[in-house]
Design a protein around this ligand. Structure first.
Ligand SMILES: CC(C)(COP(=O)(O)OP(=O)(O)OC[C@H]1O[C@@H](n2cnc3c(N)ncnc32)[C@H](O)[C@@H]1OP(=O)(O)O)[C@@H](O)C(=O)NCCC(=O)NCCS
Length: 158
């Protein structure tokens, strides 16, 4: 068993080209409605699609991010942290890294949909200055519920 308390943000690394199988494995641990390996295979063929696996090298994988980037917009599709590694800043770290990448890639805004009952995620995006811009009624199944739309406009140095 891994002693998660031994590791901090200093120990993590982002793998930029994980396999569909690796992504599926982490997705399965993070979400109640996971994407399967075939879903990731299909998405990885799309030029706008990117996926990151957050790892502690030679130890384990602890989180994931999937997004599609079509300048000037970037949509966050999946963000998850392994249940044993939550509440330690890893999701915030991935979103900070995403902003750095986005700014260097002509992205002006980041957006996403999140289940209205997902308090952790809503709190996370609010903390990072994403603004609620709308909702979609009964958008989700398993569990059912509304989707909230969040958006963050990026400030670019001129
Ligand atoms: C949402 C999720 C990605 C957060 O990951 P995490 O690494 O635990 O988050 P962080 O430690 O970076 O937390 C950053 C902020 O998010 C919010 N947050 C995270 N977990 C929270 C919780 N359980 N309750 C309330 N707020 C929470 C807080 O604002 C927190 O800031 P704080 O530590 O100053 O209070 C994680 O809970 C997860 O994987 N959930 C399942 C998948 C999911 O719902 N993904 C989001 C779909 S869009």
């Amino acid at each position: 068993m891994i002693a998660t308390s031994e590791y901090t943000l200093r120990d993590v690394q982002i793998s930029l080209q994980p396999s569909a199988k690796e992504m599926m494995g982490m997705d399965f641990l993070c979400f109640t409605s996971p994407w399967n390996e075939q879903d990731y295979h299909e998405m990885q063929k799309q030029p706008a699609f990117n996926n990151w696996l957050l790892e502690i090298p030679a130890v384990c994988s602890i989180g994931m991010l999937a997004f599609q980037s079509v300048p000037p917009e970037l949509e966050i599709l999946r963000l998850g942290v392994h249940p044993d590694w939550r509440k330690r800043g890893f999701a915030e770290f991935m979103l900070e890294q995403l902003e750095i990448l986005a700014k260097s890639d002509r992205i002006e805004s980041l957006w996403l949909e999140v289940h209205a009952a997902n308090k952790s995620a809503v709190s996370l995006y609010s903390k990072l200055a994403y603004k609620e811009t709308g909702s979609r009624k009964n958008y989700y199944r398993n569990p059912s519920g509304d989707a909230l739309l969040f958006k963050k406009l990026l400030k670019h140095d001129t």
